[in-house]
Design a protein around this ligand. Structure first.
Ligand code: DX5
Ligand code: ZN
Length: 214
C-alpha cells in the first residue's frame, strides 16, 4: 500500500490559512487538530473554522478530536465537513457508542491511542474501525520528539490487522521527520501526520515532496 501524508494544520501560519492550504494540495488528507483545553492542555479551533477550511480545499479532512466526551460534538464536526473523525479512546466512557455515532454520519471513524495506552484495548473494536491513530507524542502540542517505543507498537498493531485481514489503516502522529520516517513506515504506518516537518519548513510543498520520496 502506498504511504499517505496528512499535513497537520497546527503548524501553519494562521494569518494566511487559505494560502497555506494551497501549498500542500498534493497531500492525501488535511489533518485538523481540535483541542479543548481539558483533555489536552491546549486550545485550538472548532467546527466553525473547519467549515471555512472545507470551502478552500478538495483534500479529505482528517479531524483529530482531542476533546473530552467527544460524543457531544460528533454531529457538529461531521456537518462542518470532516471526512474522517478520530476520537481518543481515553476521552470517553463509551468508545464503541462514539464509533457508531460517527458511522451514522456516513463518514470514516478512527480511534486514537495515547503513547501509554496498549493496543490490546482495541481488540473488540478493530473490525469496525477505518483507522487507528497511534500518538507518537503526548497530545497537545506540535514540535515534540517522537517516542521511540511507538515503533514497536505500530509493528504490533500492524501484525494484528494483517493476521485478521481488517480493513483498517494505521495513522501515526507526532514528531515525524525525514530522519525517522523510514522506520515508522517500515513498522506498518499507512498514513503519516506531519506538522512542523511540513508547515514549519521554508517550503512546505518541497518538504512534503521530500517525505514522499523517502
Ligand atoms: C499533537 C497533534 C499533532 C501535531 C503534530 O497533539 O495531534 O497532529 O500537530 O505535530 P508535529 O508533526 O510537529 O509533531
Ligand atoms: Zn493530530
Amino acid at each position: 500500500m502506498k504511504t499517505e501524508f496528512a499535513p497537520s494544520l497546527l503548524a501553519a501560519d494562521f494569518s494566511k490559512l487559505k494560502d497555506q492550504i494551497q501549498l500542500i494540495k498534493d497531500a492525501d488528507y488535511l489533518h485538523l487538530d481540535v483541542m479543548d483545553g481539558i483533555y489536552v492542555p491546549n486550545i485550538t479551533f472548532g467546527p466553525g473554522l473547519i467549515k471555512v477550511i472545507k470551502k478552500h480545499t478538495d483534500l479529505p479532512l482528517d479531524t483529530h478530536l482531542m476533546i473530552t466526551k467527544p460524543e457531544r460534538y460528533i454531529k457538529d464536526f461531521a456537518e462542518a465537513g470532516s471526512d474522517i473523525l478520530t476520537v481518543h479512546l481515553e476521552a470517553t466512557d463509551h468508545i464503541h457508542r462514539v464509533i457508531q455515532l460517527i458511522k451514522a454520519e456516513g463518514i470514516k471513524a478512527g480511534v486514537s491511542l495515547n503513547p501509554a495506552t496498549p493496543i490490546e484495548t482495541l481488540e473488540y473494536l478493530l473490525p469496525e474501525l477505518d483507522q487507528v491513530l497511534i500518538m507518537s507524542v503526548n497530545p497537545g502540542f506540535g514540535g515534540q520528539s517522537y517516542i521511540p517505543q511507538m515503533t514497536e507498537k505500530i509493528a504490533k498493531l500492524n501484525k494484528i490487522i494483517e493476521a485478521n485481514n481488517y480493513d483498517c489503516k494505521i495513522e501515526v502522529d507526532g514528531g515525524i521527520k525525514t530522519f525517522n520516517l523510514k522506520e515508522i513506515v517500515e513498522a506498518g504506518a499507512d498514513i503519516i501526520v506531519a506538522g512542523s516537518a511540513i508547515f514549519g519548513a521554508k517550503k512546505p510543498a518541497a518538504a512534503l515532496a521530500e517525505m514522499r520520496d523517502i
